[in-house]
Ligand binder design. Sequence first.
Ligand code: PMP
Length: 396
Amino acid sequence: GEPICECNSCYGGKDCSEVLTECLADADSGDPLFLEPFWMQHAASSAVVVAGWHRMSYRFDDYSSISEELEKHIRQLHAVIGNAVTDGRFILFGAGSTQLLNAALFGLSLDDSPSPANIVASIPFYPLYEAQTKYFNSMEFKWKGNASLWKNRSDSSGTFVEFVTSPNNPDGRLMKQVLKGPSSKTIFDHAYYWPHFSAIPTAADEDLMIFTLSKLTGHAGSRFGWAFVRDENIYKRMQMYISLSSMSVSRDTQLRALKLLKVVLKENGKDLFEFGPKTMRNRWERISRSFSSSKRFSFRNLSLNIAIIFKISQDHHQRLLTYSWPSAAYAWIKCERAEDQDCNAVLKTASIIGRGGSIFNAESRYVRLSLIKSQDDFDLLIQNIDALVSKEGGVA
Ligand code: PMP
């Protein structure tokens, strides 16, 4: 008879449980919609209403109280979670961490040295660093690729700026800088250093740290991030960048971020930091189960996270312990068969869209699968993985 619900094109039958066609499971982007149900549960308390005549002016001083309030809430949040030391640092807002990463690139490269700063990152790395460095093509900096190649450089090779993503995108590892010494500077991208995606073994205490609302609350579209900068001169140069490129961060966005953080901070973050880690843990359990019988595919990020849990349980950090679990934002998969050199193509035959390793400067034998999209996207991903793995025995 007539279906009792409206099914999407993948499903049919009375209760939409019948699979009609093999639907594409898109696990490509890092759109953090896994947090959407959390905000549905907190719809009223997180809503912002702004009358048309409100906050029209360019002027900062009229509204500075919002920025100050927001700064206070951000510092409080880091203190509660224990993921960053914020004392003795200047704070700077940006249009997402994307703008701040570029501000930091300029801020650290502009110095008295006549030669451009050398910009590096460890493979696999988030491709934006290379793309920004090359696109903005300043006389002050030059992309030099893989950080490890410059470990034994001579003193005369100039200033180095290293992007360190911790936890790393794509593989979720907690990272340290590769380059040491007085001529090397580091930009720490802590987009994923929250209990949803990582154990928090220590509070980050670096000179330049960047965070983003996108992966904390899931509001990627609001374009809001912040940087902590220890050195005043570097802070001022970064401020100059923000000022020249966009004047400042949208007050509408700041207002929304403040409202969201107020909800987050209720009862010391209890609700969000239960929901986030629980959701990610559940997804990791499911995807681990789906791949558990596979010899063709292996995870390249799971064991490291487990090691971190053991370390923490020995230290008796009860609060952190309850949060820790293999829970990285992305599964970093390796195709083990010799003939599966293009792992992304292999997954595509099973209607799974991942992001190929070469995008992260790694081998194309690796693929990143996003685990932070909506529940529907994730369910479809699991369904297609199960179908793919179940065929493994048959096709040699
Ligand atoms: N850094 C890393 C490591 C990311 O994965 C992302 C988003 N995928 C960003 C920065 C940029 O995020 P946003 O500009 O939304 O803050």
